[in-house]
Write a protein of this length. Structure first.
Length: 217
């Protein structure tokens, strides 16, 4: 049992070195420079790694109207009106990739009591559309009845084309300045099963050599 535990411990310590690289630049928007309790709008390519589509602004928040899922910053996609943001990354042909991101409907607040029942922003104000080359997909989760973001993880896989691919997020609900929040966006290559098998076999071989040397002492 002790040997099994040690093997697991070694495996856990080695695996992070083989972790895939996030192809999305600043997927958690931490380069914005926004300080806690504030927000700022970014137009054009002012936000590192991202482009606000013409007529749009990327609103980055830090500990205001909710907290981030990762780090301090997150994006609100319905700033003064519905907006869209775009990033791109290079892919390898036929390589499988996983897209992941966190989404939350806008938190409830007593400030909204004059506009929304019980201060809860309706679900249809928070629709989010994502397009990663397979066509737009619209997410329509329930309204958030809490006072903070309720982050939900969404994932999808796709196949690389061997060229640059685009990833776009858009607010597509009611255009009322109360919209969806986005954070911790990543695109990572998925290791092929054969690669994992070879890595596992090599690791077990190294463990075996270590055990034999200990026994020989």
């Amino acid at each position: 049992m002790i040997k099994s535990f040690l093997a697991g411990a070694v495996l856990c310590s080695v695996l992070p070195a083989f972790a895939a690289t996030n192809l999305v630049t600043d997927g958690s928007f931490e380069s914005s420079g926004v300080t806690a309790g504030h927000y700022a709008d970014f137009t054009g390519s002012a936000l590192s790694g991202w482009t606000a589509l013409p007529g749009s602004a990327i609103e980055v928040r830090n500990a205001i109207v909710g907290t981030a899922q990762d780090g301090g910053d997150f994006v609100e996609l319905d700033s003064t009106h519905n907006s869209s943001m775009l990033t791109s990354f290079d892919t390898v042909a036929d390589q499988t990739y996983e897209l992941s991101f966190y989404y939350s409907a806008r938190p409830a607040s007593t400030v909204y009591n004059g506009s929304f029942a019980n201060g809860v922003v309706p679900a249809d104000s928070n629709w989010l559309t994502v397009d990663f080359g397979t066509g737009p997909i619209t997410l329509k989760p329930a309204a958030d009845t809490t006072a903070d973001n309720l982050w939900q993880l969404y994932t999808a896989t796709f196949t690389g084309t061997g060229s640059s691919m685009s990833l776009m997020f858009s607010a597509t609900g009611t255009d009322d300045s109360y919209g969806a929040s986005l954070d911790n966006v990543s695109v990572m290559a998925v290791p092929e099963p054969a690669t994992l098998a070879m890595f596992g076999a090599g690791l077990l071989g190294l463990l075996g050599v270590g055990l034999r040397r200990r026994r020989g002492r």
